[in-house]
Design a protein around this ligand. Structure first.
Ligand code: ZN
Ligand code: ZN
Length: 243
């Protein structure tokens, strides 16, 4: 048993609902939408919250750690904020997001519609209730440089491009970066944002080069795919060189 691991952690591991990817940082298993990370500190922080149909899985997993949760959205897309309405209404969990993306999440400016292949569009239309975008109240509107008092300090890094208000979260002392969709690692392949679904893809890459590479990080916890636990910054440099 890892030093400092409590009974609650053991329970979570036994039920195989989460994996502890770094000390006190857990990745929920088998969510349908984005990766959902849970940080266990004096408070609980959830980084992103999957599709609406992930809500029950998230509440079950989190309930083993505690009840007071702050949910932080890396950006407004449905696969990252879909369950926030249900979780905030049913459990009173708070919501934080960058002030620009909060405007979309609160319904003050429209959700950007992207071109989609006809089959995919049909799929989403048929299953519309499962993928309905529900507006929420964003309790905490974040800006670049904001600091969250969790795992010795988590800094908000504004990285516009994938969406106007995309953010990364950075722990300087632990050299950990949560990147949302701006860096992904699906099937173990490190990539930038998905080519189709960006407000401005050139700006997203500029954010990677000018904001993220300015940070000293070893561990990358991406919005989709597998975490990179070592040499992550070097891997991002290599990815940019080869792309
Ligand atoms: Zn995503
Ligand atoms: Zn996205």
């Amino acid at each position: 048993m890892r030093k400092g691991m409590g009974k609650r952690d053991m329970l979570a591991h036994d039920n195989r609902m989460v994996d502890e990817v770094c000390p006190s940082i857990f990745l929920l298993r088998k969510t349908h939408g984005s990766n959902v990370y849970l940080i266990q500190d004096t408070e609980l922080f959830l980084i992103d919250a999957g599709f609406p149909l992930d809500a029950k899985k998230i509440s079950n997993a989190v309930s083993q750690f505690g009840t007071h949760v702050c949910m932080v959205a890396t950006h407004y897309h449905l696969d990252h904020v879909g369950s926030m309405k249900m979780l905030s209404e049913n459990f009173g969990w708070g919501i934080a997001a960058h002030e620009d993306d909060a405007l979309v999440m609160e319904g003050k400016i429209p959700y950007e519609i992207f071109e989609m292949e006809p089959l995919k569009r049909l799929y989403y239309r048929l299953l519309a209730p499962l993928y309905k975008y529900e507006f929420v109240t964003v309790d905490s509107k974040l800006i670049d440089g904001d600091f969250m008092d969790v795992i010795e300090g988590l800094k908000v890094i504004h990285i516009p491009g994938h969406t106007e208000g995309s953010i990364a979260l950075y722990s300087e002392s632990r050299k950990i970066l949560f990147s949302g969709d701006t860096l992904r690692c699906e099937k173990g392949i490190l990539e930038g944002p998905p080519p189709k679904f960006n407000t401005n893809i050139e700006q997203a890459y500029k954010s990677i080069r000018e904001k993220l590479l300015d940070l000293d990080f070893e561990t990358l916890l991406p919005g989709h795919g597998v975490p990179i636990l070592k040499n992550a910054r070097k891997e991002v440099v290599r990815m940019l060189r080869e792309s």
